[in-house]
Write a protein that binds this ligand. Structure first.
Ligand code: SF4
Length: 477
């Protein structure tokens, strides 16, 4: 523990007084933490939790304030606050966070990471790369000779959002029809998905604290668990205790894409709103694991930055997190921007070939990780990647809250078997309908499952069902 907790009058405390206009309010919090942790005073669990939340918030406020200018004193204060929060929450002792350093530290690279990055080079024959990725996937994700494929669907709970992410249909200034589902409406949507065969639901929500707070999300998770669904969440980054509350309610995982690891570009793409905080997002999956989440989903949004640099940073990030939480399952997704809201053109074009190489690179560097592919991509490409390295597919998705109402497909003008079965497509006019992004693969879950079965896969609907031991490795690299 940093010396500030042992000697509150040391030079760090003096530095806080000299540099922080809120020092008079904040330093007593540290003194209180010091006294509780050292056993001088006792505190009820609730008092410890409240104090931990305040120290955690102070840490990220400070990192945001000093972004790009942090000196050794800033980092020392951040470390003290980090470890004090951890101790107040009674979590296992651990080294201080090292996330920022990890994503750019080539010293932690491992041989497979070099091999993975080499696979991105266009001079490396593509079939050689895909063959390697396919062999690794078959070795770790087969059941009785058949490749296992986990199927799930997203359930959009709310399109309200306070953020300004330039690439997103839900961004605050966009004039779209917005909707926030009540608990009963969310259960109704899940029941529709259940009728279509879905048993695992990824709950997705914009960042709108008044509506999509942890109390609301926990209630949805609980109600869906009562209905027999397993859930994971793709929501704004939360504090450690909020993740713990969601895990206690039954959520098994967190998907949290960094979007881009390039901090300068990150600031440009997230000009306003809570998502401005790079560190809060970057360390979110660690807080999720400390809160008890079992599955951690990493991702970058392709099109925003140099994909090779972002992929390397994400792989280092995942390696660092996997080593800290060896009991957790690691997953990756590579969403690609096809169509952004008016006024934003993604500066980095990602060809299909590079897209395939990026997924193969992940498989080479992380042979046992779950690789997830959404309905952003067209069916033909999804089928191709499923044969190579994908282990989890979403199916029959809508990115509109309430989008699973039967009959919407007819209204949207979609034709073919998916429309006949009542499935919604947001591939055209997605903004007008209030979607987050266009959906390109409109096949129903049954159609995706039928394709999988016909092509030698074993479709799996429930987490853990038919799961080879390799899926939850002791060392998930
Ligand atoms: S990407 Fe997420 S946080 Fe950003 S505007 Fe969209 S819903 Fe909100």
């Amino acid at each position: 523990m940093g010396t500030l907790l042992e000697q509150p009058s040391d030079c760090l405390a003096e530095w806080v007084i000299a540099t922080d206009g809120h020092a008079a309010r904040r330093l007593p919090l540290l003194e209180m933490a010091r006294r509780i942790i050292s056993g001088v005073i006792e505190a009820e669990p609730q008092a410890r939790r409240v104090l931990a939340i305040r120290l955690e918030r102070w840490r990220y406020q400070h990192l945001d304030l000093r972004r790009g200018e942090a000196n050794c004193m800033d980092l020392r204060l951040a470390e003290v606050l980090d470890l004090a929060t951890n101790r107040l929450l009674g979590l296992a002792e651990r080294p201080p966070r090292w996330t920022r350093e990890a994503i750019s530290h080539t010293g932690i690279d491992w041989p497979e990471l070099h091999e993975a990055l080499a696979a991105l080079d266009a001079r490396m024959p593509l079939d050689q790369v895909t063959a390697k990725a396919a062999a690794l996937t078959a070795a770790h994700f087969s059941i009785g000779g058949r490749r296992r494929m986990f199927l799930y669907a997203p359930l959009y709970l709310s399109s309200h959002c306070v953020n300004y992410c330039v690439y997103c249909g839900f961004r605050f200034p966009n004039a779209i029809p917005r909707r926030h589902l009540s608990i009963e409406e969310a259960v109704h949507q899940a029941e529709i998905l259940g009728q279509r065969g879905i048993r695992h639901i990824l709950l997705v929500a914009g960042d709108y604290p008044r509506l999509t707070n942890v109390g609301y999300l926990s209630q949805v998770v609980r109600r869906l668990a009562d209905c027999g669904f397993s859930t994971a969440v793709e929501i704004a980054p939360q504090g450690t205790l909020a993740y713990a509350e969601l895990a206690a309610a039954g959520a098994c995982g967190v998907t949290l894409y960094q979007e881009t690891y390039n901090e300068q570009l990150y600031a440009i793409y997230h000009p306003r709103g809570t998502k401005c905080s790079y560190d809060w997002r970057l360390e979110g999956l660690e807080r999720a694991a400390e809160g008890g989440m079992q599955r951690l989903g990493f991702g970058i949004l392709l099109g925003l930055a140099d994909p090779r640099e972002d992929l390397a940073a994400m792989m280092r990030h995942a390696r660092y997190v996997a080593r800290r939480f060896p009991h957790c399952t690691i997953a990756f997704s590579l969403p690609r921007i096809y169509e952004a809201p008016a006024g934003f053109q993604p500066p980095f074009a990602i060809s299909d070939e590079l897209f395939v190489r990026l997924y193969c690179a992940l498989r080479i560097a992380f042979p046992k990780a779950e690789l997830v592919l959404s309905t952003r991509e067209p069916a033909e490409l999804r089928n191709r990647l499923a044969r190579i390295c994908i282990t989890q597919l979403s199916a029959g998705s809508s990115t509109v809250p309430g989008g699973y109402e039967n009959g919407e497909a007819a209204a949207s003008g979609v034709v073919g078997p998916a429309a006949a079965a009542g499935f919604a497509s947001t591939c055209g006019g997605w903004e007008q309908r209030g979607g987050q992004f266009p959906v390109c693969d409109n096949r129903s879950p049954a159609e995706v499952a039928a394709w999988l079965t016909d092509n030698g896969f074993q479709p799996v609907w429930t987490p853990g069902a038919g799961t080879p031991t390799a899926v939850v490795p002791t060392n998930p690299q």
